[in-house]
Design a protein around this ligand. Structure first.
Ligand code: URA
Length: 248
């Protein structure tokens, strides 16, 4: 069969989320795992993922290589897989997903809300984060003082951050003027605290920040903060396309 590599039986069971390497080895040794109806007691037995019929205690396992989901991140959670002191976005995912080893693609600050994509497709995640790909990220933000047309022009053209870096051209729209104006900002890079520092460069403090879209995938407005869902096939395609694009 072209394109499908054989894998160890214990690897497959760990990937599917049946348990840890040690747990699945014990299940296999106990004769609870069958491949194409035959009991297999050898953890190293070679299987074709997605083609061989693998059951545990008679239950058929569905193999999927990659998983993609979106989370509506609430404020108060760190984008990290582990932290000793603060809750992390991994705490918001059910065990089902944690077992499948999905990880966040990029970071949102602890106080930032909105779209966070998770996947176990490390190569795609890497491509989406590569500065060369210039993947679009759209934010909704509220700032603490009036925004002028000159500020908008500066943000769109590129501003100089506190470390001397000049940002790439961005798209900016004033959604609501006034004392606490609301903006939508699309950027094509991801420097540390970029949106907050861009606004600082024009003399404003961000008082609310939410990511609304990334790589052509929009935050599902039906997701309440803390909720997640799997991406649709169309959304996964958007990610893959964004990951392929090269600016040159
Ligand atoms: N820019 C920021 O300043 N913070 C975020 O969380 C994301 C982008």
């Amino acid at each position: 069969m072209v394109g499908v590599a054989k894998k160890r039986l214990d690897w497959l069971l760990v990937q599917i989320g049946v348990g840890s390497r040690r747990e699945v080895k014990a299940l296999i040794r106990a004769g609870r795992v069958r491949v194409n109806s035959e009991v297999v007691k050898d953890s190293a037995f070679a299987v074709l993922p997605g083609q061989d019929r693998v059951t545990v205690d008679g239950e058929l396992l569905e193999y999927q290589e990659f998983y993609y989901l979106m989370l509506n991140k609430p404020a108060g959670y760190l984008t990290a897989t582990k932290d000793l002191y603060a809750p992390t976005v991994m705490d918001l995912l059910p065990e089902y997903w944690r077992k499948r080893k999905v990880a966040p693609v990029g970071r949102l600050d602890k106080d930032t809300e909105g779209l966070l994509i998770f996947t176990n497709d490390g190569q795609l995640a890497h491509r989406l984060l590569s500065p060369r790909r210039r993947v679009a990220k759209t934010y909704f933000l509220r700032v603490d003082r009036e925004v002028t047309p000159a500020d908008l022009q500066a943000l769109a053209a590129g501003v100089v951050l506190d470390d001397g870096y000049r940002t790439l051209p961005a798209e900016v729209e004033l959604l609501k003027p006034g004392n606490e104006p609301e903006l939508e900002l699309t950027i094509y890079e991801g420097k540390f605290h970029q949106v907050k520092r861009m606004l600082q460069a024009v003399g404003k403090n961000v008082i609310y920040l939410q990511r609304r879209a990334m790589a052509g995938v929009e935050l599902d407005p039906r997701l309440k903060p803390g909720e997640n869902r799997e991406l649709t096939a169309g959304e996964i395609e958007c990610l893959q396309r964004s990951g392929e694009e090269s600016p040159n």
